[in-house]
Design a protein around this ligand. Structure first.
Ligand SMILES: C[S@@+](CC[C@H](N)C(=O)[O-])C[C@H]1O[C@@H](n2cnc3c(N)ncnc32)[C@H](O)[C@@H]1O
Length: 216
C-alpha cells in the first residue's frame, strides 16, 4: 500500500505511526528478531553503518547502547517517524545522525559505508523502488561492504502463510507479494550484490521474518 505521498508509513497509515512501538511489542518477538539482526550485522568499533528505514530508531538505539564507538546513521522517508525516532533517542540521552530523503537518491557519497542494514522496510516498497533502493545501497557501500536485511519472506509453513494475510491486508498485497514469493535475494543479486544468502528465519505471529546477507 502506498499513500499519495509515494511511500507507506510504518503501520500503513499516518495516524497509526505513533502506535508503531507498541504494536511491535505486542505482535512480534521484538528482542529476539532485533538481537538476531544485530548479531548478523556484527557491528564493530569505528565502522560506518547505515540503517535504511530506521523507523522509531529501536535498532539504532540497541546497537549504540551495545557499542557507542560504532559510527551509526539512519535514512528514512517519513518526517513523522523521524520525530518519533528523535524522541526515543533523546529519552536514552543521545541523538544519532538520522536523515530524510526524497525516495530517490540517497544523500551519501559513493563507497561511504562499511555496512548497511534494513529491517521490515522492503515489503513496503514496490518493485521499482526495491530495485532503486538496492542500487543506491550498493553505490554507497565500500567494496567488500555488507548488506544485512531482515524482512517478511517466504512463509515457512501453512500457518505462517495464513498469518501473513494480516500483514498483506494492512500493508497491501502489491508490495508484499515479492517478499512472500522469496524474491528479495534475486533483487539483491540484480543490484550487483554477490554471495547473497538467506541465513535464517523466525516464525512470528504475523509470518516468517527472514534474514538475508550479501556483499558488495
Ligand atoms: C515497519 S517500519 C520498520 C522500522 C524499523 N526498521 C524497525 O525495524 O522497526 C518501515 C519503515 O520504512 C520506512 N520507509 C517506507 N518507505 C521507505 C522508502 N522508500 N525509503 C526509506 N524508508 C522507507 C517507513 O517510513 C518506516 O519507518
Amino acid at each position: 500500500m502506498s499513500t499519495k505521498k509515494g511511500y507507506t508509513p510504518a503501520l500503513a497509515f499516518d495516524f497509526l505511526t505513533r502506535f508503531y512501538d507498541l504494536t511491535i511489542k505486542i505482535t512480534m518477538p521484538e528482542n529476539k528478531f532485533r538481537t538476531r539482526l544485530i548479531d548478523q550485522l556484527a557491528p564493530k568499533s569505528g565502522e560506518t553503518i547505515l540503517e535504511f528505514g530506521y523507523g522509531t530508531a529501536q535498532n539504532l538505539i540497541k546497537i549504540h547502547r551495545q557499542n557507542p564507538s560504532v559510527k551509526l546513521s539512519g535514512l528514512d522517508i517519513d518526517p513523522k517517524v523521524k520525530a518519533l525516532a528523535v524522541k526515543n533517542m533523546a529519552k536514552q540521552g543521545f541523538i544519532l545522525p538520522i536523515d530524510l530523503y526524497d525516495g530517490k537518491t540517497f544523500p551519501y557519497p559513493d563507497q561511504y559505508f562499511d555496512k548497511v542494514f534494513s529491517s521490515l522496510v522492503f515489503h513496503h516498497l514496490d518493485r521499482d523502488t526495491k530495485a532503486l533502493c538496492l542500487k543506491e545501497i550498493y553505490r554507497i557501500l565500500k567494496p567488500g561492504g555488507t548488506l544485512t536485511i531482515g524482512d517478511w519472506g517466504k512463509a515457512k509453513s501453512k500457518h505462517m502463510r495464513l498469518a501473513f494475510y494480516l500483514v498483506q491486508i494492512v500493508d497491501g498485497f502489491k508490495t508484499t507479494a515479492d517478499n512472500l514469493n522469496g524474491l528479495l535475494p534475486s533483487y539483491m543479486s540484480s543490484a550487483g550484490f554477490k554471495n547473497v544468502t538467506e541465513t535464517g528465519f523466525i516464525n512470528t505471529q504475523l509470518g516468517s521474518y527472514c534474514y538475508y546477507q550479501a556483499e558488495k
